[in-house]
Design a protein around this ligand. Sequence first.
Ligand SMILES: C[S@@+](CC[C@H](N)C(=O)[O-])C[C@H]1O[C@@H](n2cnc3c(N)ncnc32)[C@H](O)[C@@H]1O
Length: 223
Amino acid sequence: MDEQTLAASWERNAGGWTAAVRSGAIVSRREVTDAAIVAAVRRTGARSVLDLGCGEGWLVRTLAAEGCRVVGVDGAAALIAAARQAGGGTFHHRDYAAIAAAPTALGGPFEAIVCNFSLLGEALPALLYSLRRLATPRGRLLIQTLHPLHLAGPYRDGWRTEAFQGLDGAMPAPMPWYFRTLGGWVNLLVRAGWTLQALEEPRAAPSAAPASVLFVAVPANAV
Ligand SMILES: C[S@@+](CC[C@H](N)C(=O)[O-])C[C@H]1O[C@@H](n2cnc3c(N)ncnc32)[C@H](O)[C@@H]1O
């Protein structure tokens, strides 16, 4: 039920989200996290990239402009339509359950698979396990997400609701999302066959709280 409401929220919020991303309305993205994920992909040296949960496609366009072959995939038809209209890469409309069932339908293998604030549901183990079939033998999985130690509320895995209050009514549909502790994230990766290679905490200044956490993993059999 929550997974369905989560998916439906992105269809309904697509216009507001596209405007917010393209206008730079989200300060933490503008000042910290956009640059952090682009730099992390650059450090891998990957020339082929899958952007999983690509939204309106800004990261696909950014990496394609640097000469990467980039495929974007997202479950929200309205966001994929916006991404295709802006161009820059190849885009597929597919949800994570469909990807987990048939990962290689997305092409690949990819030297980097990027999930930028896009792993929001509970049903991730099968998806992350399937992504190993989409990665090259030493392909990197990069996950940037909200830093669980810098959010209010109980520190335990579970569903929460995001109302996007900072976006002044641009996002009409509240979004259910599944909070994971740091241990929750690491255990999810390990159980899905990935080995954590780095954990970054991007921040605006050395003394500032992290704006996100960024995991870099490789297939376990590559280590
Ligand atoms: C916060 S947005 C991030 C979009 C993009 N990665 C960015 O950085 O702007 C989350 C995205 O994840 C996608 N998403 C979440 N759950 C999904 C699922 N189960 N299947 C496919 N896409 C999903 C949403 O449709 C949405 O585009």
